[in-house]
Design a protein around this ligand. Structure first.
Ligand code: ADP
Ligand code: MG
Length: 380
């Protein structure tokens, strides 16, 4: 019963995803951290695209919630495995597609690990950013007899709805503006645009960016968890025979921590930050979910983040959201709200199905499957 419903659930989810086109949602579970073991994990069964979250209510009753995504990476997944599922998307930039990759989740759930990696980088631990650029370098060399490519990067930060260039050498923390009409696909023209052609170029620039981010953090506050950072890769290609120009652009975004702060407990600066984060993350959710639902109006104007990404969200552009969760029991509330956000952006209600041992829950699920089937039939 349960197993069959799960399979049906997943099959329909994939069908709906295919209809919707270019929005993908991957879930990644961080492992328990060394030195911080826990009596139990909130993560139950993981199978391809489904993940079961174990919930414990106050009266000790155990429950399960099942969520469905394009892919779920368990705590043992390596950086290489995560990248290999992302590679086709990244490669499409060379063919002139625009791509956005987001890391979403509460602080400490593994966003920076996925995008950049740990502080001490090794070949194995490198995150998506480095691997993506390496792959683009490699592929552009392979294609050099047919197409010549120039690759540039920009790195900016959005903090309290202000945009700053992270690739400034003098640490001046320069404010820059987003332009509506992009020139050659560059919509933050004042931010440094740096040509790159090797891994060491990239590592050098990332270090500058990270240092600039750290400089602006106060001693008490790790600002990196309360700002969005965006590495943008611009690819200009010229087909040698025909002279055809292609321009692709990829944004790799390490989002601010999604945790809800208790408004009764924070005041002043901290409250302002929290409100800005809330606003921009929900603006992002609104944009992606209205794209997923193919709404005619997409509300890009509601935040700097969505304005920045406007040309790369929607249309032919491809979007991948990595949602990160922690296995810790004390994070359960945030884990559920993260997964609910993820569900909203993928605009499919399937995952919300709660499956208890109770057969009435299975009945609910079956009803949802039936209504999705009906929805699918209407689309065909
Ligand atoms: P975030 O950027 O979401 O705040 P981090 O990426 O900094 O979270 O991760 C928090 C801690 O967990 C870091 O010490 C990081 O190295 C570790 N970590 C996160 N994800 C993984 C993973 N998949 N494997 C091993 N360690 C991880
Ligand atoms: Mg981080």
């Amino acid at each position: 019963g349960y197993q069959k419903v799960l399979e049906e659930n997943r099959r329909l989810y994939n069908q709906v995803q295919d209809l919707k086109g270019n929005i993908r949602v991957y879930c990644r579970v961080r492992p328990f951290l060394p030195g911080k073991p826990s009596s139990f994990s909130t993560i139950g069964n993981i199978e391809d695209g489904t993940i079961t979250i174990l919930t414990h209510s106050k009266n000790g009753k155990e429950g399960r919630k099942v969520f469905t995504f394009n892919k779920v990476f368990g705590p043992a997944a390596t950086q290489g495995e995560v990248f290999s599922d992302t590679q086709p998307l990244i490669r499409s930039v060379l063919d002139g597609y625009n791509v956005c990759i987001f890391a979403y989740g509460q602080t400490g759930s593994g966003k920076t690990h996925t995008m950049s990696g740990p502080r001490e980088l090794t070949d194995e631990s490198m995150g998506v950013n480095y691997r993506a650029l390496n792959d683009l370098f490699l592929l552009s060399k392979q294609r050099k007899d047919s197409t010549s490519y120039d690759i540039y990067v920009q790195m900016i930060e959005i903090y309290n709805e202000q945009v700053r260039d992270l690739l400034v050498i003098d640490g001046s923390n320069k404010r820059v503006e987003i332009r509506n009409s992009s020139q050659n696909g560059v919509n933050v023209p004042e931010a440094n645009l740096v040509p790159v052609s090797s891994t060491s170029d990239v590592i050098h620039l990332m270090n500058i960016g990270q240092r600039n981010r750290a400089v602006s953090a106060t001693a008490l506050n790790d600002r990196s968890s309360r700002s969005h950072s965006c590495l943008t890769v611009h690819v200009h290609g010229k087909e040698l025979a025909s002279g055809t120009i292609t321009r692709g652009c990829m944004h790799l975004v390490d989002l601010a921590g999604s945790e809800r702060v208790d408004k009764s407990e924070v005041v002043g600066e901290r409250l302002k930050e929290a409100q800005h984060i809330n606003k921009s993350l929900s603006a992002l959710g609104d944009v992606i979910s209205s794209l997923a639902q193919k709404n005619s109006h997409v509300p890009y104007r509601n935040s700097k983040l969505t304005q920045l990404l406007q040309d790369s969200l929607g249309g032919q552009a491809k979007t991948l959201m990595f949602v990160h969760i922690s296995p810790d029991p004390e994070s359960l509330g945030e884990t559920i709200s993260t997964l609910k956000f993820a569900e909203r952006v993928s605009a499919v209600e399937l995952g919300a199905a709660r499956v208890n041992k109770d057969s009435s829950e299975v009945k609910d699920l079956k009803e949802q499957v039936a209504s999705l089937k009906a929805a699918l039939a209407r689309k065909e």
